[in-house]
Design a protein around this ligand. Sequence first.
Ligand code: 5GP
Length: 118
Amino acid sequence: TIEAYDNNNIFGKILRGEIPCHRVYEDDDTLAFMDVMPQSPGHVLVIPKAPSRNILDADPRTLSKLMPVVQRLAKAVKEAFEADGITVTQFNEPAAGQTVFHLHFHIVPRYEGAALKP
Ligand code: 5GP
């Protein structure tokens, strides 16, 4: 069983405007902003406005609105940061490395021969 969505998480606060973010994209269903501890410069997070804890409880309609934005921002970040590649990652539950319990996709620029920061 998956725990219920708790709107006290940090991305819920960002969505409500209670804490600031560096916004890079927004529409009726989706918000994207810079990660505060980027794995490489240009690390963007893309989240649905709908209250989903992670991909395990997300409504497929939420995902169908989110994924085209993930794709568009992956292309835009690759171009803007002159990356050789882009990693798109997404973690579900603490055992998988999830630390913020509002569904999010990471978009991380990658470069030939360069490891990510530890
Ligand atoms: P995950 O849950 O997938 O492991 O990662 C959560 C991500 O959220 C991390 O990359 C972390 O740096 C980022 N993060 C945590 N708190 C904040 C915050 O207050 N603002 C922003 N912009 N990113 C955050």
